[in-house]
Ligand binder design. Sequence first.
Ligand code: NAP
Length: 326
Amino acid sequence: MEHRTLGRTGRDVSVVGLGTWQLGADWGEVSSEDAAAVLEAAVESGVTFLDTADVYGDGRSEQTIAAFRRAHPGLDLTVATKMGRRLDQVPENYVMEHFRAWTDRSRRNLDVDTLDLVQLHCPPTAVVEDDAVYDALDTLVDEGVLAAYGVSVETCDQALAAIARPNVASVQIILNAFRLKPLDAVLPAAREAGVGIIARVPLASGLLSGRYTRETTFADDDHRTYNRHGEAFDVGETFSGVDFEVGVQAAQEFAALLPEGVTPAQAALAWVVAQDGVSTVIPGARNPEQARGNAAAADVVLDDEVLAGVRRIYDEHLRASVHPRW
Ligand SMILES: NC(=O)c1ccc[n+]([C@@H]2O[C@H](COP(=O)([O-])OP(=O)(O)OC[C@H]3O[C@@H](n4cnc5c(N)ncnc54)[C@H](OP(=O)(O)O)[C@@H]3O)[C@@H](O)[C@H]2O)c1
């Protein structure tokens, strides 16, 4: 598996990582055995970068990763977690006292003294622009609580504000064949600054796998049911903010572009990997088969016809609703 440097962390990570939101909650039930098997399959396939958060399953995702590491001592993994969503997302809550409490809890959950990378978990814009927030995070780095910090953002403007900060190591942003805006300014700015880009929601919550039809339904406790219109959190996190029926149609057109033998999910990941400035892409996987298939996407090369087709599909179906919003 190809490795790239994750921005100012200076760490080498696999170009295909693993998102572990699914190993916590919000995607219907995933058993502990299945969660462990997903990690096992991903790491066996060459994945060395895991993305988690303190709120995924209220710590269950972090604890699952810690148990996996204990069972496989000596593995060279980079684990990025996130903080900031255990309280209301108002600027007053992004202060040192809370940063300490949150990072101490993640250190316990992940069973480490120093966290590899902690990302602010989609905070309000005022937080992304607040000098005091970065001063506090610099202090935690100086103290050895974290090795590096980054920001997970919703919008391109937030990404640009974070990239402009001298010690932000990485920015996590939604980037996929249905979300092209980061290509305009965010990726060039990140490359220029040496900030890592962690591309999340690369399959548009599964839409780009081409498996869903207009009739597909999801469990009641799956965000693809309960956040379909942004009822619980930013609607951009669910199907990339694309209307489900429009997305099903666009995904069918995407699948039709592909040569024999390449699955739509792999092509969607290969498309992200091909974007200059991306450090790692973090598909979520619900079972070992998905995890293995996603890791194998690192070896898929797409031809110009597919790349041009992605632009056409985006312009025809998605640009008007997506581009102005995020
Ligand atoms: N605010 C934030 O910072 C934030 C927000 C969202 C996500 N994230 C991170 O980004 C990661 C990735 O995003 P995501 O999980 O939301 O969305 P995603 O990776 O775009 O989609 C994941 C879904 O795609 C389907 N899938 C995965 N691999 C597949 C394969 N090989 N073939 C067919 N279908 C496949 C599965 O759907 P089924 O469940 O239908 O099988 C899976 O649940 C998360 O796990 C999390 O770590 C961060």
